[in-house]
Design a protein around this ligand. Sequence first.
Ligand code: NI
Length: 175
Amino acid sequence: MAIYDIVKFPNPVLTTPASPVSRVTQNVVRVLENMAETMKAANGIGLAAPQVNILKRIAVVDVEDGKGRLDLINPVILEGRDEELGPDGCLSIPGLYGDTPRFKWIRVQMWDRNGMHVEFEETGFRARCIQHEIDHLDGILFTSKAVRLYRDDMAPQSGKGRRGAVMKSTPLGGQ
Ligand code: NI
């Protein structure tokens, strides 16, 4: 396994749409494992392949909610409901956060690491993170969707509402 360098804003690879994976090869599985290592080493909760300079539609998510890691290959949001504002952060834009609209509930189609087509529903913070990663695959950064941006030293203190609570329980460094 290997740890990749994480590409930082404003590298143009971050705003370039990624190509679909045509077949789940051993190389794709190796990239997923290396991305998972890279995410963990950076204390992140999600990572998309363009963030490690690989323009393929691959991402990993682990929001440490006990549900384990999710490997996404060619993911598509089929349906989303109930938009809400919440905190997004990004490993490629360290120290910056933003109140970003995301669906509370999504239905996702993707390939798993065996190349099988799967469909599932997701809610809450895990759904938020999946939407953030899929945006990366389309070359979209949360800063283009956020209604308000703030540095981490301007984040609300604990005890001042939901965002503070989420920020506290969320590894800084983001997605
Ligand atoms: Ni990100």
